[in-house]
Design a protein around this ligand. Structure first.
Ligand SMILES: [Mn+2]
Length: 247
């Protein structure tokens, strides 16, 4: 048996073909490797249902992303739909209930040894992340159960969608273009002990620093789909289509 690896994969966003090519390039071995996804499995790409089906079928772990959360809200009929319902392929799928249940069961923070996985960011002031994880998950689930948007909860919103914040963890009303001082990239404020693996920030692209692994390289926008192998501290990526990967 090959050495066991923990493989973290950035935002897939319905890009099933690049995901299959990445698994092939990684020589993914289901009997020994474990997969972790940074969230936003769905939306914008061509096959959201196929991606969730594959990830679920592989027994992979993942955290909830903002697009996954918007889909759950739309499926529950509670989301404000600005541009129509997201992921019509999932909402129309025969196995819709299974796909949605998988997404609804995803945590916001996931610990794996000395690594913590989150879709967008770690909020200053969160303190002990192991204690914070179940609390955030419960608050997000309670919002869905009550027909409310989980984005109204500032901590849940941070985990799902933050890019910039103040030293106190306050997000700007609008995260793009980058807000000026006192807002900074949340990474600049991070002082935790865990290595944070995250996605969500395609405009920033790959971000590698001590205890920081930002993996969203914008596959759905024609960039790469990027993975990080923890045991080797190595990046492996494939292009969205039709060109060589940058790594
Ligand atoms: Mn996102």
């Amino acid at each position: 048996m090959a050495n066991a690896r923990r493989i973290f994969i950035g935002d897939v966003q319905g890009c099933l073909d690049p995901l299959l090519r990445l698994l092939e390039r990684l020589r993914f071995d289901q009997s020994s490797d474990r997969l972790f996804f940074t969230g936003d499995l769905v939306s914008k790409g061509p096959d959201s249902a196929g991606v969730v089906r594959l990830v679920r079928g592989l027994g992979a772990a993942a955290v909830l992303g903002n697009h996954d959360a918007h889909l759950l809200g739309a499926a529950a009929g509670s989301a404000r739909r600005k541009r129509g319902a997201p992921c019509p392929d999932i909402l129309a799928a025969e196995d819709r209930a299974d796909l949605l249940a998988f997404l609804a069961g995803l945590p916001l923070l996931l610990h794996e040894g000395d690594i913590v996985l989150v879709h967008a960011g770690i909020r200053p002031g969160w303190g002990d992340l192991r204690a914070r994880a179940p609390e955030l998950r419960a608050r997000c689930a309670a919002a869905f159960a009550g027909g409310r948007s989980p984005f109204h909860d500032e901590d849940v919103r941070f985990a799902l969608s933050a890019r910039f914040c103040t030293a106190e963890g306050l997000q700007a009303l609008d995260d793009w273009p980058p807000p000026g001082p006192p807002y900074r990239n949340w990474v600049d404020w991070y002082q935790g002990r865990e290595t944070v693996v995250f996605g969500h920030f395609a405009c920033q692209g790959l971000r590698i620093e001590p205890r920081i692994r930002g993996l969203d390289t914008g596959c759905v926008y024609g960039g790469d789909l990027t993975s990080w192998i923890a045991e080797e501290d190595r990046i492996v990526a494939v292009p969205a289509a039709g060109r060589a990967a940058t790594r």
